[in-house]
Design a protein around this ligand. Structure first.
Ligand SMILES: Nc1nc2c(ncn2[C@@H]2O[C@H](COP(=O)(O)OP(=O)(O)OP(=O)(O)O)[C@@H](O)[C@H]2O)c(=O)[nH]1
Ligand SMILES: [Mg+2]
Length: 666
């Protein structure tokens, strides 16, 4: 229960799934002499064998306070990394030494470059490296605006990387299992490669510094201190990306990385300035919301300036629930200081993305964008009694993860759970069960088909019922004709001489509209014009209800005569993919009955293409799964409804039969 003092720096650990991020966090904690807390401790992380939500950890290294945030790597959970990267002083992007997987880092480079966030690339699993580091960097460079500058070169023994040489200090280290590396002489065999790599590195650094460039041109060797200093500056200004090597699982390269962080991580003030949060006595942003059993809503804050103490007030509420976050542990603390990452319980009015400035909440001002949903499932509680519980639980899940949303769809009476893919939604279902005790069933959402008519008719419908007392009588003649695509439904009347009395005409229209709710193929009917042109009434037995029923009956009888046809929703779709996978994406579009409109370089994304296509709605349902599997998880898409299109033949027959079967079953 201490009161932390001094500024805390924050490093985010991000990268594709399984790169070794959580292992790296554990290794850094241990190397810093701290006991590593339990990471990936949730039931879901265990059953899905991956990080499912950020791991928080704090430690001290050589007198500095550090807060580390290790993010999930699954591309379906990418959005969890966004607020963490945005609020970190430095981002450690972890990669595998596999050039074929370079595309999986594409989205990270883009975000970091666009937001000018200083980042270092850590090439992990160097113990397993098949690719040469140079080849890996060449593949990765196509996704990064900033030059990737190798700061170390590997020492090899045969195929095995057994150590690394620091290219600035020109000192060599031999890896030791689980321990700090041993300082050695630069091996003879590595000298040539080292000199070459050092030159490349110096050129890259000198590109941004004329003074260094002059010295290099004059063949002078600048002192290491000067080079380190320049590198720290260039990293802080996000001009270069230093590249470090290591193996988290074997504890290699970990001390080097920690030392780089120590010397080159910008101060919290620079991070606050980067985001425009300057000038307040106290400021903090809410980078995450978590709902914790027994504790309730916990907001995770990064403090930009000042301290936050129990007893302070935020928008009139007293701060009483400050928590130090360390793995699965949440310990009460009295205060948290500038730069710190801290939990705050019992302050339910705070939400992710809020900015707190001098005790006032500025909703949404911390500003992090959220990805659009790309995958949906229709869900329902297994037990009907859980309906209310389910809504409340879904609300909490979306607060924790704004890329997950639930939405009631009127037309099909479905509850849609929408998110980033199959794993994302299965994870949500697992959480609903483990944390909220609600089990759900899922099914693919129903596409919103429509139908229309291609032929016209003139129909005479009579509704007549004679049962003791008042009878019911309505007689109408309507013309039914197709209308232009997208016209919807229009109703007109040309009644002369009151054959259908004025006051009953709205009832006819209402009945017709109701009759269009489900056409002969089983779907809502659109794009047609109905004109009431004649009819009869009875002075006693006619009433609104009778005319409404006649309107409905007219549609039921007339539409099958009008050559009904199925309409399929078509979405204008933009698929974004690393260029190397563009031709495969074309194949996927065609196999899903899509029509390719063209493709072009993706704007602002070097190394990427955007393919534009018209896709039928069913082709979008699990599109993301196929796109991810062909692109190392990198490809994404957005889709927007464009129009309805007639669908004929076998595809149409199948849909109509399925609809019929479902109706009969229910
Ligand atoms: N050989 C080798 N294996 C490693 C290394 N680092 C991590 N691993 C292994 O890779 C697997 C995944 O490691 P994690 O640390 O969970 O990977 P992650 O990046 O956190 O994964 P997600 O959070 O799910 O994206 C584990 O089995 C680790 O033991 C390494 O340097 N060398
Ligand atoms: Mg992990």
């Amino acid at each position: 229960m201490g009161t932390p003092s001094g500024t805390v720096r924050c490093a985010a650990i991000v990268g594709p799934q399984g790169a070794g991020k959580t292992t790296l966090l554990k290794a850094m904690m241990e190397r810093a002499g701290a006991k590593s807390p339990a990471l990936d401790a949730s039931a879901e992380a265990k059953s899905f064998h991956m990080t499912t939500e950020p791991n928080f950890a704090t430690c001290e290294f050589l007198g500095d306070q550090w807060s580390f945030i290790d993010c999930p790597g699954s591309s379906e959970l990418f959005s969890a990394s966004l607020p963490v990267m945005a609020s970190a002083d430095i981002v450690i992007l972890v990669a595998e030494p596999n050039a074929d997987r370079a595309a999986s880092l594409g989205g990270y480079f883009r975000y970091l470059d666009d937001h000018k966030i200083p980042h270092v690339l850590f090439v992990n699993r160097i113990d397993e490296a098949q690719t040469r580091v140079r080849d890996l960097l060449e593949s990765l460079q196509s996704f990064s605006d900033r030059p990737l500058v190798l700061r170390q070169t590997p020492i090899r023994d045969g195929d095995q990387v057994v150590g690394a040489i620091d290219l600035v200090s020109e000192r060599a280290w031999k890896y030791r299992e689980g321990e700090q590396s041993e300082l050695i002489e630069i091996p003879e065999a590595a000298k040539e490669r080292e000199a070459e790599a050092r030159e490349v590195m110096l050129d890259a650094v000198a590109d941004f510094d004329d003074n260094l460039m002059e010295q290099i041109l004059e063949d002078k060797t600048p002192p290491s201190e000067e080079i380190y200093g320049l590198m720290a500056e260039e990293l802080r200004d996000d001009m270069v990306v230093p590249v470090m090597l290591g193996s988290a699982a074997h504890g290699n390269g970990v001390t080097r990385l920690l030392k780089l962080l120590r010397h080159e991580t910008p101060a919290v003030g620079a991070t606050a300035a980067r985001q425009g949060f300057n000038g307040a006595a106290t400021a903090a942003s809410v980078i995450r919301t978590a709902h914790v059993p027994h504790t309730g809503k916990v907001s995770v804050l990064r403090i930009w300036s000042g301290d936050i103490k129990n007893g302070d007030t935020i928008d009139g509420s007293r701060v009483t629930g400050l928590l130090a976050l360390n793995g699965d542990k949440r310990d009460k603390v009295d205060a948290a200081s500038m730069g710190g990452v801290v939990g705050l319980a019992r302050m339910d009015e705070l939400n992710s993305g809020d900015l707190i400035v001098d005790g006032k909440i500025n909703p949404g001002d911390a500003g992090v964008e959220n990805p659009e949903p790309v995958y949906s499932l229709s869900i329902r509680p297994k037990n009907n009694k859980d309906d209310v519980k389910l809504s409340a639980a879904l609300h909490k899940l979306s607060e924790e993860d704004p890329s997950l949303t639930a939405e009631r769809r009127q037309e099909t009476a479905e509850l849609l759970l929408r998110g980033q893919g199959d794993i994302h939604l299965r994870l949500a279902a697992a959480k609903l069960k483990s944390q909220y005790n609600v089990e759900i069933e899922t099914s693919p959402p129903k596409p919103s088909y429509r139908e229309t008519i291609r032929g016209a008719t003139d129909h005479h419908a009579r509704h007549k019922k004679q049962s003791g007392g008042h009878g019911q009588f309505a007689d109408i003649k309507v013309k039914v004709a197709p209308a232009a695509r997208g016209a919807g439904f229009s109703f007109d009347e040309v009644i002369h001489g009151g054959s259908v009395p004025k006051q009953f005409i709205p009832a006819v229209e209402a009945g017709v509209a109701e009759g269009l709710g489900e056409g002969p193929l089983g779907f809502p009917v659109v794009d047609l014009a109905v004109t009431l042109h004649d009819g009869q009434h009875h002075p006693v037995d006619s009433n609104e209800m009778s005319f409404k029923l006649a309107g409905r009956q007219a549609m039921r009888e007339a539409l099958p005569e009008c050559d009904p046809v199925l309409l399929e929703p078509i979405f204008k779709t933009e698929i974004h993919t690393p260029t190397e996978h563009t031709s495969k994406v074309h194949g996927v579009i065609s196999s899903r009955r899509g029509q390719i409109l063209g493709f072009d370089a993706r704007k602002g994304w070097p190394g990427w293409d955007t393919v534009t296509a018209m896709m039928p709605e069913p082709g979008l349902a699990d599109l993301i799964i196929e796109l991810r599997s062909l692109s190392q998880g990198a490809a994404t898409f957005t889709a927007e409804f464009d129009h309805y299109q007639e669908l004929f033949g076998k595809d149409a027959e199948k849909i109509v039969l399925e609809r019929k079967a479902k109706k009969e079953a229910s």
